[in-house]
Design a protein. Sequence first.
Length: 501
Amino acid sequence: MSKIYRRSGENAAPCSDPIPLFVDGVYHVIHLSPPWDSLGYITPEIRSKDTQRHISSTDLVNWTVHEPALYPGNPGEVDEDGCWTGSLVRKRDDGVFYLFYCAFDHDAGNPQKICLATSEDGYRYTKRSDFPILRPASYLEQIDYRDSYVFWNEDEEIYWMVLAARYESGGPFHRKGVITYRTSEDLWNWSEDHILYAPWYMICPECPEMFKMGDWWYLCYSHFDQNAKTTYRISKSCHGPWRTPSLPGFDGRRFYAAKSLTDGKRRFQWGNIYEREGLNNEGKWTYAGDMAIPHELLQREDGSLAVCVPHEIVDSFHKPVAKEFSPVMGTWEQGEDFVRVESTATFSYGFFKEESRDALMFHAKLTLEDGYGAFGLLLKSTEGLSPSWELIFEPTRSRVSITRYPCALDPFWETLNPKVKDAPMEVDGPRTIERPIHIERGKEIDVKAFVDGSFVECFVNDELALSFRIYDPYGQPFHKFGLFVEDGTLEVTNIKLNEED
């Protein structure tokens, strides 16, 4: 079993919405966890009846599971249908831990409101029934009001709380999502809501987070509508204006509800990868799933943020796995940790044959020496590529994506050949994740890719992350990793296939 933390609790209950905090050399992550037997239920008071579980680590690799921080309330209590996400902050003057959370009661007039639990030691939390519950202002919709993120605003020298909300009236219905903020001197008495960001382009900006790196402020949030993902905006002021960076987003649609912490030197981000009903590649996506590999955020010169896999994770995959590259199409040159193929005006591919126990890391340098055709990695793909998933680099489109093949066809074309099997329509589209990248012929591209059960997590040039869930193709043998190129000469060097001890 991999050391990568995915989920815990009774019968390995799912996880969602991480709440991270670094304290005294320890990385703490509290996260939501629906009932373990709720897969397949879309009713909020069943699937979303969240417990808040607690894990900690000193090295980002080995994790200790603690007693849950919060459980849903009893019938009639304000949080009887779940303790939804929020934030954890340690009070500056007395060191008390304040865990703000969204209390969910599906049948209440305000089903979502902000409550508080406190702890002296950061492990045992007490819900504070004496805390003055925070509810949305009258100009805000009375349903969506959640995901409080609390931090000490160093520029204003006061605590801020940012929240996900929606306007009550005015404007297009599906674009009313806003982020509000409140202020407090003592974490107990809070100001009224003020509008921080109202871009008029999303339903609701979930799980907002705000932090400062250098001269830049960052406002992060997740949205589940068009171009769904966890993304961010930047500003030189904590009051905005909040502008789109040159490299928006942290990952793809299925890396969601991400939040971060700093240890004073580096910033790490946790998100979750949702699961699918039926635990197969055709099932409907549902809320919650498993924790993704931690991401490290790196600031670029223009203020935008790059993403890489922390070296602690890479270093934990240090046991080499015996491998053999087996070509299927094309004439491949092979050497120690090296392959090359000239595939002019045609398609070439092959797979790495290996016998890894569990999680496996592929690390290599890919160089397109000639042509402008697509190339990349095959991920959890069958020998005949039906189905297959590709980490595909496309020079002519300046993008990298995880794409599923074969793609669904219009019904008319499927009827022309009875041997063509109907490929399932995917809500994400065949191109499940897409990130921008400039690809030059003759320039190496560094790729680190992890396959761990149904998780596929790829990191490119210590700049981009692409995470997705790919279940094992039903009833068919498959290979965790392969290579391909369409109309080009591809050289792959420094090939490593490593697993954990």
